[in-house]
Design a protein around this ligand. Structure first.
Ligand SMILES: [Zn+2]
Length: 406
């Protein structure tokens, strides 16, 4: 019997070399590395008995035709990486999707299958991302094609030079009736599965996100002359807020982060007069996220009063959670049980994925693979051959047992 994990490891090692120079993997969309990667992925898709095409949005599609008129089950992830990223994030899902089809061999399935290698999920080169899945879902805003990279090349020009067609992307939107669902395999990018000593986990939902901008205004003063009780220290207020946000998220069972702080005047001997900071909240359930978002205002008011500062807070961004489809989830869970002999943990995805955009088109589901130390976006990113082999077997079992809705 073929050792699919070993094959996956070897393929990922090979394609990891297709990178800009420097540590880890740097593979951005629509450049020479992307082109070289597609040559390798084309080979994977052909070995999986797929017909390979590049669509107008730069997504490489390997399609295995099912019975005429039958819907298509989509399997996908992204070919691109962050700068100095790892060899698994994104590309592993493409590799394992091809291997699951290869493992199925020439056994006929009652539906068509496509493996999708999306061009750009990380959004490193252009200040946008997810154009491939958005085009399929019919949610792509054509104004993104005017966005430029740091050398002044527009996304539209880069895509066109790559063999895509910005104007043709509107026609890529799929009819939801023609799509049975979307499955994505991805490293967890967190420590939960490793902590539970489990190779695979079934994703419950992709967390929603909201962001707030906070401005704290105090009063600058001499660090040596203004008594402590007479200060209006904006950074003291900020530190109370950082702690408050942390405790509140923990109490709500969700995630929240103060990730950015700008302090002014930011000098060694002056009382901080102003702090600008960001708060980001992520939760698998929108009501929990909304509850914490709503509680931030009163928290800021309390801290402002206690520190004799002024605090303004403004919500700048919100993206709803995307639940994974119950039937697809159960199918994946059963497949994992068959392969590993034990139940797969269920967990939310705190990170956005191609699946987030595909959820606007069709039911989605995701399978997470344990990754070493929970590390990602880093050259040290690692998933074992053994775990990848189990994931290939689980996806092949899922495909074999998948039944179309009557
Ligand atoms: Zn990814």
């Amino acid at each position: 019997m073929q050792d699919w994990g070993a094959v996956a490891q070897e393929r990922l090692e090979t394609i990891a070399k297709v990178s800009e120079p420097g540590p880890g993997v740097t593979r951005l969309p629509f450049g020479p590395e992307h082109e070289a990667a597609l040559e390798i992925i084309t080979d994977w898709m052909q070995k999986a008995r797929c017909k390979v095409t590049l669509d107008a949005a730069g997504t490489l599609i390997g399609r295995r035709e099912g019975p005429e008129g039958a819907p298509t089950l989509l399997i996908g992830s992204h070919q691109d990486s962050v700068r100095a990223g790892g060899a698994f994030d994104g590309i592993m899902g493409v590799a394992l999707g091809c291997l699951a089809l290869e493992a199925i061999g020439d056994r006929a399935l009652p539906f068509s299958v496509e493996v999708l290698a999306f061009a750009d999920e990380e959004g490193v080169r252009f200040p946008t991302a997810l154009i491939g899945p958005r085009a399929l879902a019919g949610t792509l805003d054509p104004s993104v094609f005017a966005m430029v990279d740091k050398t002044g090349v527009s996304l539209g020009a880069a895509l066109e030079a790559f063999g895509g067609d910005p104007e043709g992307t509107a026609a890529l939107a799929r009819d939801p009736v023609s799509v049975a669902g979307y499955v994505e395999l991805h490293i967890e990018q967190g420590p939960v599965l490793e902590g539970e000593d489990k190779p695979l986990g079934v994703v419950t939902a992709i967390s929603g996100i909201e962001r707030h901008r906070v401005t704290i205004t105090g009063e600058a003063g001499h660090a040596g002359t203004v008594p402590m009780e007479m200060r209006h220290d904006a950074l003291l207020a900020a530190s109370d807020l950082v702690r408050g946000v942390h405790d509140m998220a923990r109490d709500h069972g969700i995630r929240a982060t103060v990730g950015q702080l700008d302090v002014s005047p930011n000098v060694v001997n002056a009382i901080p007069a102003r702090v600008d900071l960001t708060i980001e909240i992520r939760a698998a359930e929108d009501p929990a996220r909304a509850a914490m978002g709503a509680a931030l205002g009163p928290l800021c008011a309390l801290i402002a009063e206690a520190t004799a500062t002024q605090i303004e807070i403004e919500k700048t961004y919100a993206q709803p959670a995307q639940a994974c489809d119950a039937a697809l989830r159960e199918g994946l869970a059963a497949a994992v049980r068959n392969v590993t002999g034990e139940a797969a943990p269920e967990l939310p995805s705190g990170a956005t994925h191609d699946a987030s955009a595909m959820a606007d088109l069709c039911p989605i589901t995701m399978l997470f693979l344990r990754c070493k130390g929970g590390i990602s976006h880093n050259p040290a990113e690692y998933a074992s051959a053994g775990d990848m082999g189990q994931a290939v077997s689980a996806l092949a079992a899922f495909l074999s047992d998948f039944r179309l809705k009557a």
